[in-house]
Ligand binder design. Structure first.
Ligand code: PEP
Ligand code: MN
Length: 368
């Protein structure tokens, strides 16, 4: 059960104290407070943990200072959608809004290699009005002898260049919790030139200890990728680990499933789950067409498979696109075969805009 307090409640005032005492006195019930500080208002929610079946919703709702009470009927207590749950979706980070209604594009390098390539990428993004990107510094590789990413040594110049080109958010995978501090320090040293969305890769979807630590910090939002070999339910439960520790600024990423049935694609494209994740939870949903398709194969109609699956995700309501580009894919140190080129960027953006417009029309039609 979630008790949502009135937005103007004073957490040092008598109303708040009375509510907390009242709830704290219920036998077998443990209240847990979550405060979400937004630009317009602060939302205070009290999660009642324990056997809440016998609690009287109306009685709690009648307490002064309580706005409403939501009975948690489903899984994913914090991230899920519940009956009579009118809580908003999404969040804002570094001036960029992430929610279930809008769309952000994160085109960029799978792995940071040279300052020249990073700068060419960022310049192209700025030329096309983009304020988000992806840049991998810590790469989880299948082969231990493969390039593992430049790690913390590249962070200062990557962040500086990002600031120079007006990038507000960089999606960056972390593979160990110590990297959060490395990112924080590098951002600090560059005068917070940009922002970072921490990416949890598919290989770490169920690394619960990592999730708990990342969930305990609330400075950076998280792009959480679905596990490539587990059920959707298991992945959503894993995302709940982040939220249960306090961080709810989470985007859920679909990136294809490991299955030979997906061949010749690298993974079986799972973008049919975009509306499913939006129905089950309040998380914005990202699609990663690059890691799903894994190649630059082209259909007879002239469109790359990556363009086709991107459009399929966007027309189904995706809220974020994570996509690999590279100024010189043959020189890329990671995932060159699936990278789009900078010349393809404007066409990609135009193609996405067509699919988005179609989605918006479909949504309007459904609401009529
Ligand atoms: C990536 O985005 O670079 C990546 C490694 O993705 P995934 O975790 O989905 O394989
Ligand atoms: Mn990659």
């Amino acid at each position: 059960m979630i008790v949502i307090l009135k937005s103007d409640i004073d957490s040092n005032g008598p109303e708040y104290k009375h509510i907390m005492d009242h709830l704290g006195n219920k036998p077998g019930i443990q209240p847990r407070v979550h405060r979400e500080i937004g630009t317009l208002q602060t939302v205070t929610e009290i999660y009642l943990i324990g056997n809440t079946a016998t609690l009287d919703k109306a009685e709690i709702e009648s307490l002064p200072g309580v706005d409403r009470v939501v009975r948690v009927s489903e899984e994913y207590r914090i991230l899920g959608r519940h009956r009579d749950d009118r809580r908003p979706t999404g969040f804002e980070y570094n001036g960029v809004r992430f929610d279930q209604d809008n769309l952000n594009i994160f085109a960029g390098l799978c792995a940071v290699d040279t300052p020249e390539h990073v700068e060419q990428m960022l310049r192209a993004l700025k030329e096309h009005g983009q304020v988000c990107t992806r840049m991998g510094a810590y790469k989880p590789r299948t082969n231990p002898y493969a390039f593992q990413g430049h790690g913390k040594s590249c962070l200062p110049w990557v962040f500086e260049l990002a600031g120079k080109y007006g990038i507000k958010v960089i999606a960056m995978e972390i593979t160990h919790d110590s990297q959060v501090e490395e990112i924080r320090q590098a951002l600090e040293r560059t005068g917070r030139a940009t922002g970072v969305m921490l990416q949890i890769g598919t290989r770490n979807t169920q690394n619960f200890e990592l999730l708990k630590i990342v969930g305990r910090q609330r400075e950076f939002p998280v792009l959480f990728k679905r596990g490539f070999g587990i059920t959707l339910e298991e992945s959503l439960n894993a995302a709940e680990y982040l939220a249960s520790e306090g961080n709810r600024h989470i985007v859920f990423g679909l990136r294809g499933m490991k299955s030979n049935l997906g061949a010749p694609h690298r993974n079986f494209v799972d973008f049919a789950h975009v509306p499913v994740v939006k129905r089950l939870t309040r998380m914005p949903v990202c699609i990663d067409p690059s890691h799903s398709v894994g190649s630059r194969d082209r259909a007879p109609d002239g469109l790359l498979d990556i363009f086709h699956v991107t459009a399929q995700g966007v027309i189904a309501g995706a809220n974020m696109i994570l996509v690999d580009f590279h100024p010189a894919p043959t020189k890329a140190l990671v995932d060159g075969p699936q990278a789009l080129t900078l010349e393809e960027l404007p066409r990609f953006l135009d193609d996405v805009a067509i699919a988005r417009e179609a989605y918006e029309k479909r949504r309007a039609l459904a609401r009529r």
